[in-house]
Each structure stands twice: as structure tokens, then as C-alpha cells.
Design a binder for this molecule. Structure first.
Ligand code: SAM
Length: 253
């Protein structure tokens, strides 16, 4: 399946994203990403594009705390809060027409990541800033272990590695940004998410289904049943299911 079709399928409704974002209520020493992004925009005046805006939490934060900015939310999916539907690889904006852009946890969905970054460079005026958040390559390794153990239990054979879309563009991909931006800085975070609610973990795992090409012959509902039993066992034993969140935020000028 091509990447654009995969994104449209995955975000046809908001429930997949809500299941994933919902677990962050259990993040230790929480990182308030909308506040981090707003702080990186402190010297910006004028127009700010929020591409891949999703349900609009960054746009809402900026509108509440920076009413002087003109925030323009856009998203590929009609189910999200964008004021226009747009693909990050072909933005309906004039060259140098915005003072900054947010691309928060979305560049890994772009059909062509270098083209998306070049397109963002095109619409941001010289001297403007791109703020982009993404995950580490080693984000939530517990999901890979759950996948491997559950599929092995189900089929008796080791499965192919879990396809994790966010690994298409990670905090280690500064060089891809440097092809378009002279200055690229990244701040990295590591925060455990300690989840006491098995249903929340299972909803998270189930939410990545639409982003995947399943190995031939694998029955997703059978996989979820086995994975759910493992999650429940871990929570009964340890009180929580741990996901080690590793992520970061780029500021590019
Ligand atoms: C993980 S969500 C992030 C939402 C929001 N930025 C946030 O941080 O809460 C990714 C969003 O990117 C959008 N998206 C996926 N592919 C896209 C593309 N090629 N162009 C624009 N938006 C895209 C999805 O529809 C979804 O709303």
C-alpha cells in the first residue's frame, strides 16, 4: 500500500490517534509538547502553519497563548481539525508565505520525506523556523517485544520485525533536515509511560493495525487476543505495563 493511502486509512477517523495519545496521561514527569513548541516560536511573529495538525492540540495551544499569531492548521485527513486538506509534500501556500511551521509527529507519514522537508523550506520565509517532533528509533521497545512474543506464541515461528511507521523519520534524522535548513537543533526526551489499565494498552496496540501491512496469514484479532493476555498478566504481576517513550523536537532555521 502506498504511504498516502496508508495515512488516509489510518486517520479516516480520530479514534486510532486518540487511543495512542490517551496513554500519555500516565507519562512520568510529563513533557507538554504544545508548550515546548510554543516556546520555540517565542520570537516568531506573523503566520504559523500547523501541518498534520490532527485534532488540533498545537493549534489550540498557540491560539490560546499566542493570539498575536495567525495559525493555519492543515491536514491530509478530512476527519482532522485542518482548515484545509493538504499533503505536506504539496502545500497550497505561496513561497515564503509563513513565518514558521509546526510538523509535529507527522513527517514519518510523508510519502517522500526529503520532498516534504523541501516543501516546508519553500513555504517558510528565509529566517523563519520549522519545529518538528518525532520519536526515537528506540521508542517503546516493549511494543516490539510484545509483537515478537505474541506472534511466536500464536504461530510457533519468529515473526518479521514489527513495521513501525515512526521509524521512517526519527530524532536521528537531523541530516535529512540539514539538507534544507542551515541550523538544526534537537532536544531529546526519555519518559516512561506506566500504564495501569490493560484496555488502554490493548487499544494502543490495536490502533497501529491500520498503519501496517500484516505478514501473510496473520489473523489480527487472534494476535490481539494473545497480546491482551500478556498485557493483563504483566499488569497483574507488576501493577503497570511500561512503554519507554523516546522522542525529540527539532528546531530548524
Ligand atoms: C500522529 S498524528 C499528529 C497530530 C498532531 N500534529 C499532534 O502532534 O497531535 C499525524 C497527523 O498527520 C496527518 N498526516 C498524515 N500524512 C500526512 C501528509 N502527507 N500530509 C499532511 N498531513 C498528514 C494525519 O492525518 C494525522 O492527523
Amino acid at each position: 500500500m502506498d504511504q498516502r493511502a496508508r495515512s488516509l486509512r489510518q486517520y479516516a477517523a480520530r479514534d486510532n490517534l486518540a487511543a495512542r495519545q490517551g496513554v500519555y496521561r500516565w507519562q512520568e514527569d510529563p513533557v507538554d509538547l504544545p508548550a515546548v513548541a510554543a516556546d520555540l516560536l517565542r520570537d516568531v511573529r506573523g503566520a504559523v502553519l500547523d501541518i498534520g495538525c490532527g485534532p488540533g492540540r498545537h493549534t489550540a495551544h498557540l491560539r490560546a497563548h499566542r493570539p498575536d499569531l495567525r495559525v493555519i492548521p492543515m491536514d491530509l485527513s478530512a476527519s482532522m481539525a485542518g482548515e484545509a486538506r493538504a499533503d505536506v509534500c504539496a502545500l497550497p501556500l505561496r513561497t515564503a508565505s509563513v513565518d514558521a511551521a509546526l510538523a509535529m509527529h507527522m513527517l514519518y507519514h510523508a510519502p517522500d520525506i526529503p520532498a516534504a522537508i523541501a516543501e516546508l523550506r519553500r513555504v517558510i520565509r528565509p529566517g523563519g523556523v520549522l519545529v518538528a517532533a518525532t520519536n526515537g528509533h528506540d521508542d517503546k521497545p516493549e511494543l516490539d517485544a510484545l509483537w515478537t512474543d505474541s506472534v511466536r506464541e500464536l504461530t510457533g515461528a519468529p515473526p518479521p520485525p514489527l513495521f513501525r511507521e515512526p521509524r521512517r523519520f526519527t530524532v536521528d534524522d537531523g541530516p535529512v533536515l540539514r539538507a534544507a535548513f542551515a541550523e538544526v537543533e534537537v532536544v531529546r526526551y526519555e519518559r516512561p509511560v506506566l500504564i495501569p489499565d490493560a484496555d488502554a494498552v490493548i487499544a494502543y496496540v490495536d490502533s497501529i493495525r491500520d498503519g501496517m501491512d500484516l505478514p501473510a496469514g496473520l489473523d489480527w484479532s487472534a494476535f490481539i487476543e494473545v497480546a491482551a493476555a500478556r498485557v493483563r498478566h504483566t499488569i497483574a504481576r507488576d501493577g503497570v505495563f511500561r512503554l519507554t517513550g523516546r522522542f525529540g523536537v527539532f528546531a530548524c532555521r
